[in-house]
Design a protein around this ligand. Structure first.
Ligand SMILES: *[C@@H]1O[C@H](CO)[C@@H](O)[C@H](O)[C@H]1NC(C)=O
Ligand SMILES: *[C@@H]1O[C@H](CO)[C@@H](O)[C@H](O)[C@H]1NC(C)=O
Ligand SMILES: *[C@@H]1O[C@H](CO)[C@@H](O)[C@H](O)[C@H]1NC(C)=O
Ligand SMILES: *[C@@H]1O[C@H](CO)[C@@H](O)[C@H](O)[C@H]1NC(C)=O
Ligand SMILES: *[C@@H]1O[C@H](CO)[C@@H](O)[C@H](O)[C@H]1NC(C)=O
Length: 480
């Protein structure tokens, strides 16, 4: 069936869904139906509620965000329709300052059994967990188990580390002998040698050692139970002994999305097949950049198809278009309509969407640490165009899931249209499908028409979600 429609001047995406639904809530809310808002605890919200406290991202120092501050801003997150929140690693980090700053990000672990006092107290974290669950939101914790950290500050990591400072791994026997990673594409080397440098050494845990494994398993079980954590992001999963990852996931007893910073489809899919249920979807991330920074409408539809066939289950990967390790989209191309398009794909395609704090405010920090702006400086503006856009898309996604709980998530996205500057995709069961049409033209675009096959049957009522207009498909399957 063909359906033709006009792309209005400002319209960046056209999304249709049948409004006829019986609307019942799914009894089991699995992670893949969730939508995750990724925070960095230090830069999200302060206990004093300040929206003016300065934060110099270049300096890389603690800026004062806390768990208590986050509790007070959960409405801001929930207002966008998210039902899960990721927080930074919670454990105590090395204290003090080196040339590139402090451990505000939480990745310089010193003591697994003590909380990071900069973020708050045990009671604060328990209260945050409770506050999230009271809103039926899940808590995802970012986690580091590849390594601990030590300020070597220019001295040789091979000889200058006092392992008794680290807890519970307080002896050199728990670590690989020091060697720097000289080639990050050499996986065995990247797993055996150390990330970090000689300013902040990151002593690399022997994650192949059963004693280390037992200690990590026991730690993760304790901490998940104590703070009622629902899932984990696993930092630097690429650097951990791969055969240990399934055991760690089993010990955690939850979804673990493990960072494998690699755009190779076969690498990402083999991690999903052999190691972890979920991996952040870097291949799709790079295809999104091809589409919305270069205007290439070939890469993304092709990669959607490629991953569907290569991966065990793309619906459990995490889908993102920004995170704290990559340049913000607005730093690559400053166009609000392209920003809406990339968000639309992120939220409506397959996988668990993960939106990084500040994307909704169109922040434009480039590489790390500039992309770690204090969110409070935006005054948590709920009128921001991308804030409202995300709210609409999360509502649509949730509606589609509720309408067809078994089928919407499992009916994987497939491309239905490719033009010189448009891409059309559909997802969901016949006549309940969501169709998205994305444009790479951006704000400068004028009005034009495209024809594409959407698969809607004659007389089906469809809603253009971004304008709230209702249409009835005519008897040749066209909208008009
Ligand atoms: C921010 O920090 C950088 C690096 O420490 C410093 O050079 C710069 O002057 C600081 N900027 C402000 C506004 O304080
Ligand atoms: C690192 O060395 C610099 C210069 O010698 C010194 O100012 C700084 O305090 C040291 N930092 C730590 C954490 O030891
Ligand atoms: C788009 O990207 C593909 C690779 O995914 C490449 O083969 C093709 O040449 C690119 N097209 C344009 C117009 O740059
Ligand atoms: C994908 O994984 C989910 C969650 O484990 C499962 O419920 C679903 O059946 C899987 N889908 C396929 C096609 O294997
Ligand atoms: C980043 O955003 C700020 C605030 O909107 C703006 O003043 C600045 O010009 C932007 N920078 C770039 C490089 O676009």
């Amino acid at each position: 069936m063909a359906s033709s429609r006009r792309i209005a001047r400002w319209l960046h995406a056209l999304i249709l869904i049948s409004p006829f639904s019986t609307g019942y809530a799914a009894s089991t809310r699995a992670w893949r139906t969730r939508s995750v808002y990724q925070t960095m605890t230090d830069c999200f919200a302060r206990t004093d509620g300040s929206t003016s406290s300065p934060c110099n991202t270049t300096a890389g120092l603690y800026c004062g965000g806390t768990w208590r501050g986050m509790i007070d801003q959960l409405s801001y997150i929930e207002g966008m329709g998210f039902d899960a929140v990721m927080i930074s690693p919670i454990i105590k980090n090395v204290e003090g300052r080196v040339t590139y700053g402090e451990a505000y990000h939480g990745y310089w672990a010193e003591d697994l059994y003590t909380l990071n006092p900069h973020f708050g107290t045990e009671q604060d974290l328990l209260d945050l967990s409770q506050a999230l669950h009271d809103r039926d939101m899940y808590l995802m914790m970012d986690t580091v188990i590849n390594n601990m950290a030590y300020f070597t500050n220019g001295t040789d990591p091979a000889t200058s580390i006092d392992y008794t400072q680290l807890h519970p791994f307080n002896d050199a026997k728990y670590y690989h002998p020091y060697c720097p990673i000289t080639d990050y594409n050499d996986y065995p080397l990247a797993q055996r040698c150390w990330t970090g440098d000689d300013i902040v050494a990151l002593p690399d845990l022997k994650t192949e050692d059963p004693a280390v494994q037992r200690m990590l398993n026991s730690w993760v079980q304790d901490i998940m139970a104590k703070y009622s954590i629902d899932g984990l992001r696993l930092d630097a999963a690429k650097h951990i002994t791969p055969t240990y990852l399934p055991d760690f996931q089993a010990a955690a007893g939850s979804l673990v999305t493990g960072e494998v910073f690699d755009q190779s489809v076969s690498t990402i899919c083999s991690y999903q097949a052999d190691a972890l249920t979920s991996v952040p979807n870097y291949p799709i991330y790079y295809a999104l950049l091809d589409a919305f920074t270069l205007g290439n409408t070939t890469t993304l539809p092709n990669r959607v198809e490629e991953m569907k066939h290569a991966c065990v289950n793309v619906s459990t990967l995490t889908t993102f278009s920004e995170n704290h390790d990559v340049a913000r989209f607005a730093s690559l191309i400053d166009d609000i309509n392209l920003a809406k398009n990339i968000l639309t794909f992120t939220l409506l395609s397959d996988g668990i969407p993960m939106i990084y704090q500040g994307q909704e405010q169109h922040l434009n920090g480039s590489h790390d640490p500039l992309n770690r702006e204090a969110l409070w400086l935006t005054h948590y503006d709920t009128g921001a165009p991308l804030y409202k856009h995300i709210a609409t898309l999360n509502a649509l996604r949730r509606h589609a899931i509720r309408t067809d709980p078994d089928r919407y998530i499992d009916s994987l996205t497939y491309p239905i249209y490719r033009g010189s500057s448009e891409m059309g995709f559909r997802k969901g069961r016949e006549d309940r499908q969501v169709v998205m049409v994305l444009s790479t033209q951006g704000t400068g675009s004028g009005a034009y028409k495209i024809r594409l096959t959407t698969g809607y049957q004659p007389s089906v009522a469809v809603v253009e979600v971004l304008t709230c207009q209702t249409y009835t498909v005519n008897d040749v399957g066209e909208k008009w």
